[in-house]
Design a protein around this ligand. Structure first.
Ligand SMILES: *Cc1c(COP(=O)(O)O)cnc(C)c1O
Length: 400
């Protein structure tokens, strides 16, 4: 590492609140599926800013759309209409097959809004304000209080006292465990169709279908958190679309702005009819013209290039390569995931593998201590997959 990069890292550690154990590189720029650090070293990127850069870096036309919006106006507040938000909402409705859109600045805020929308629905329908929410063990929904309260990782909640939602945790893919927690106070069930942080675990069709029937029967809102698994990552615009099991409320973010912070929660018309109305919810920045110009351009590119179709085409090659590694190296217990959202489960911590990969020009992350997570740009081809394997394989063979 150069002195300059070490100096930058030292400064960061003096000034930033230490809430992350960061990898020891300063990322300077990106190009396509490659990242470059402050010393100019190139890396093949299989993280994409955590499932954010689905289109990779500087996708043709994207920067131009952002720059054009900068020259017009960045922000208006939600007291006025703006054209990028109108365009983005239209495209997002079409892509999501939901009916009503509320733009947020992040995934956690999208989850917050989704929960508020569900509680308001229950309040309107039943006239009580004492509700329970069912979430899943190993889920991740974000770090703000509402989102944290439904996050199925006790360690993340531990220091922060009483959570705002009264939440019970069921098991992924175990419908009976959900049924056992339903009471007449249950207002919502919140699920990631593919758990990301929790270990790349896809919900089964049977589980999702069972949840849909159960919640419909009891007039409970079914919320899908598609913040990580949405936007084409599974080969479908949203993971639920593979099975046609439509939620009442959905959260999306991460890839929506391809690097510009923007998220959204969406409602069906039937849910919206009993949910948030004027004065119930708001945001200063959410849905601002700049963020929405980004979202609209991303959605346009997805539509024009059929990004989910590319994922369906390339994912079998990717899984074949990962399965190859899993069967060859005994330190890998299992491959998990779907589409371009995959994990390799190790019999040991993966931190040394990630560190070694980084030295050799490959960016990877974990999901929990023992799982190597792969959430590359969705525009990767065989060349990137082969490149990743050729860096990873010698590291794995060295592990014995
Ligand atoms: C990342 C993530 C969030 C939180 O999004 P932020 O933008 O970090 O607030 C919520 N849900 C899921 C499934 C996520 O992966």
């Amino acid at each position: 590492m150069s002195e300059k990069m070490q100096q930058l890292i030292n400064e960061a550690e003096q000034d930033l609140l230490h809430t992350y154990n960061r990898y020891q590189i300063v990322i300077d720029r990106g190009e396509g599926t490659r990242l470059y650090d402050a010393d100019g070293k190139e890396y093949l990127d299989f993280v994409a800013g955590i499932a954010v850069f689905s289109l990779g870096y500087h996708y043709p036309g994207f920067d131009e759309a952002l720059k054009a919006q900068i020259d017009k106006i960045l922000h208006t507040s939600n007291y006025y209409y703006n054209e990028p938000a109108i365009r983005a909402a239209h495209l997002l409705k079409e892509a999501s097959r939901m009916d009503r859109v509320f733009f947020t600045n992040s995934g956690a805020e999208a989850v917050e809004g989704a929960l508020k929308a569900a509680l308001k629905y229950a309040y309107t329908r039943r006239g009580q304000d004492d509700y329970e929410v069912i979430a899943l063990e190993h889920s991740f929904h974000g770090r703000t209080f509402g989102a944290l309260s439904v996050t199925g990782n006790a360690h993340y909640r531990e220091a922060f006292g009483t959570m705002p939602c009264n939440v019970r945790f069921a098991e992924m893919n175990d419908l009976d465990s959900v049924k056992a927690l339903v009471t007449d106070k249950t207002a919502a069930v919140i699920v990631e169709p593919v758990q990301g942080e929790g270990g790349l675990i896809p919900a089964t069709e049977e589980f999702l279908r069972g949840l849909r029937e159960l919640t419909k029967e009891k007039d409970i809102c079914l919320i899908f958190d598609e913040v990580q698994c949405g936007m084409g990552r599974t080969g479908y615009m949203y993971a639920w679309q593979k099975y046609g099991i439509r939620p009442d409320i959905m959260a999306t973010a991460k890839a929506l702005g391809s690097g510009v912070p923007v998220g959204a929660f969406l409602l069906t018309e039937e849910t919206a009819a009993y949910s948030l109305t004027a004065g119930d919810h708001g945001t200063t920045y959410g849905g601002n013209p700049f963020a929405c110009a980004a979202a609209a351009k991303v959605l346009e590119i997805y539509k024009e290039k059929d990004i989910p179709a590319h994922v369906r085409e390339i994912a079998p090659y990717f899984t074949e390569k990962l399965d190859g590694l899993a069967s060859k190296y005994s330190c890998i217990l299992e491959r998990r995931g779907t589409g371009l959202m995959q994990g390799l489960v190790f019999d040991r911590p993966v931190a040394p593998v990630i560190a070694e990969a980084m030295k050799n020009g490959l960016i990877l992350i974990n999901a929990g201590p023992n799982i190597l997570r792969f959430v590359p740009p969705l525009v990767i081809g065989r060349e990137e997959i082969d490149g990743m394997v050729s860096i990873l394989e010698p590291i794995l063979s060295g592990l014995g």
